[in-house]
Ligand binder design. Structure first.
Ligand code: AMP
Length: 258
């Protein structure tokens, strides 16, 4: 029997002076009262977390429901590598080795991207900033455009991260992410949507994963202290065991509470 109404129940969330519908997440009793319209600024959602914490998945869910762009520096850098242009050639070996690209390269990519009109109502940063120098640049950019940041820290157990990264597969055509342990494709090795053979990202190999986690500990974690010292609230979200949709609902709750 066909279901006649398979739409997810939705409710409305004020975002950047506009209402958007999001999947229904909470009971009426848990719902948070919205602040007055005037106090709501355009928002930069900064998704912070180690490789494998689910930033990309959450960024895609948020982007679809809020109709604001996901800005992933990893995706931007991989696109340059595919195009084989000057930026791509300069960064290719770093990406393969899991080493961070120079701050000025990513800072200028982000500054240019934030100049595009689709960011006017807000945007989601995925994988940026990754060093304190990048965080400083970002704060300057946001201040100059009057955008307020909401820092979400996806907290995930180390062993869960390793399992996720080693099991991760991606469609080279549409970018859909799968995981052999938790979200396997219907036909092994093939994208459900495109029918294309799935790929393992070069930097999801075990030795490179270690390098990426190490870079995260050494270079990226200090950003948390940087934000705290600025008086910025960091919103920790436990993302170890819940399904992506449940993590997404927690994040939506935080956006609504701001
Ligand atoms: P990701 O897809 O975010 O895991 O990024 C993949 C790789 O791109 C990283 O291991 C780095 O080599 C590079 N990368 C992505 N974002 C940044 C950034 N904000 N700063 C420096 N390197 C980056």
């Amino acid at each position: 029997m066909r279901r006649t109404n398979s739409r997810t129940p939705a409710e409305f969330l004020e975002f950047g002076n506009r209402q958007v519908s999001v999947p229904k997440t909470e009971t009426r009793a848990e719902r948070v009262t919205q602040p007055p319209e005037s106090s709501r600024a355009v928002l930069a959602i900064v998704l912070f977390g180690s490789p494998g914490s689910g930033k990309g998945t959450q960024a895609k869910l948020l982007s679809a429901s809020l109709s604001i762009p996901q800005i992933s520096t990893g995706d931007m850098l991989r696109a340059h590598v595919r195009q084989g242009n000057a930026v791509g050639t300069a960064v290719e070996s770093k990406l393969k080795a899991g080493i961070l690209v120079k701050d000025d390269v990513v800072n200028s990519l982000v500054a240019e991207r934030l100049g595009q009109p689709d960011t006017a109502r807000g945007f989601i940063l995925d994988g940026y900033p990754r060093t304190v120098a990048q965080a400083e640049t970002l704060c300057g950019l946001l201040k100059s455009r009057g955008t307020q940041e909401l820092v979400i820290h996806l907290v995930v157990d180390y062993n869960v991260i390793i399992a996720r990264l080693t099991g991760r597969r991606q469609c080279p055509v549409c970018g859909t992410l799968y995981n052999l342990n938790s979200r396997a494709p219907k036909v092994p090795g093939v994208c459900d949507l495109e029918g294309a053979p799935l790929m393992v990202r070069e930097d999801d190999r075990e030795s490179v994963i270690r390098e990426r986690l190490d870079a995260y500990q050494r270079q990226t974690c200090p950003i948390l202290d940087y934000f705290r010292q600025k008086g910025e609230q960091i919103h920790d979200v436990d993302a170890s065991h819940d399904q992506p949709e449940a993590v997404f609902r927690k994040i939506v709750g935080l956006i609504r509470e701001r």
